[in-house]
Design a protein around this ligand. Structure first.
Ligand code: R5P
Length: 285
């Protein structure tokens, strides 16, 4: 097996490579004078089982991913497996209004032009898995988040909504603590109220966990509710930390600690998903 990284997942690639004792391929990415991207895998990957690890978060990331996959194919690799830690463009997985594009289908089709199998990580919606008949799985990150917070003395793992309650429950089981989720109640077409169940949080330590933190609106509102209910410490975590428009700075102010995984590498990605990814790759390659 040889791992080919994309520019945005270098650290994760190194960690997975160490765990699997796999070589990391040398790769060049540069721009032509007109701005077009150039990609070259410099190591020989012919007859090798290639694993490409990289995000499809930005348009630039997507072009690099597709060029990297094509390079692996053109170089006669024996197979191409793709791990997409953050599967960008998966938010729109169905048509809500006539004339819309299904972006998660487009991404799936494009990657599977070159890939034999694909592993996404905590996909926004698993409906996306239906868009390919080739092996396409969703790796759910539970153990690494649970293990990271195991020694924090957390009393409750809390999901900001019903949709994330399964994740919160699984993480709470790893930590051996209690869990609950906040209820989103629609007040009118423009207002959604978040309500906590009747749990006494006075002096308690709470870990809020979501799949994605983007603008931070959801998690900050949830943190506010926890504090109002008397929580003494509020920890914030998520699988994917996007932190749009500098929301990390605002989130930091309401949390005792912010720790997300390295699906998107940043100063907050102190939890690594390398073990979960390596386990999956060990099973199939
Ligand atoms: C919603 O479906 C997701 O689980 C997250 O709660 C949401 O994407 C977070 O977004 P934001 O940080 O912008 O509130």
């Amino acid at each position: 097996m040889i791992i080919v990284p994309t520019s945005n997942s270098q650290k994760l690639c190194r960690s997975v490579g160490e765990k699997l004792n796999a070589q990391i391929a040398d790769k060049t990415v540069r721009r032509f004078p007109d701005g077009e991207m150039y990609v070259r895998i410099k190591d020989d990957v012919s007859d090798e089982a290639v694993v490409v690890i990289g995000n499809t978060r930005t348009d630039e990331n997507i072009v690099e991913m597709l060029l990297t996959l094509n390079a692996a194919r053109e170089a006669s690799s024996s197979s191409v497996t793709v791990v997409v830690p953050y599967f960008g463009y998966s938010r729109q997985h169905k048509i809500y209004n006539p004339g819309e594009a299904i972006s998660s289908r487009v991404m799936t089709d494009a990657i599977f032009l070159y890939a034999d199998r694909v592993y996404a990580v905590d996909l926004h919606d698993e409906e996306t898995l239906r868009y390919s008949s080739k092996p396409f799985e969703n790796i759910k990150i539970v153990e690494s988040i649970g293990n990271y917070f195991r020694e924090h003395g957390i009393d409750y793992v809390v999901s900001p909504d019903d949709g994330g309650s399964e994740r919160a429950m699984a993480i709470s089981e790893v930590m051996g603590v209690k869990t609950f989720y906040l209820n989103k109640v629609r007040v009118d077409s423009r207002t959604v109220k978040m309500e906590a169940p009747d749990v006494d949080l006075k002096g308690k330590k709470v870990l809020l966990v979501d799949d994605i933190i983007s603008t931070g609106g959801t998690i900050m509102k949830s943190a506010g509710i926890m504090r109002k209910k008397g929580a003494s410490e509020v920890y914030i975590s998520a699988v994917h930390g996007i932190f749009t428009n500098g929301s990390d700075m605002r989130i930091k102010e309401v949390a005792d600690e912010v720790a997300v995984t390295d699906t998107i590498e940043s100063g907050y990605s102190t939890i690594s998903i390398a073990e979960e990814v390596s386990q999956k790759l060990r099973e199939v390659i």
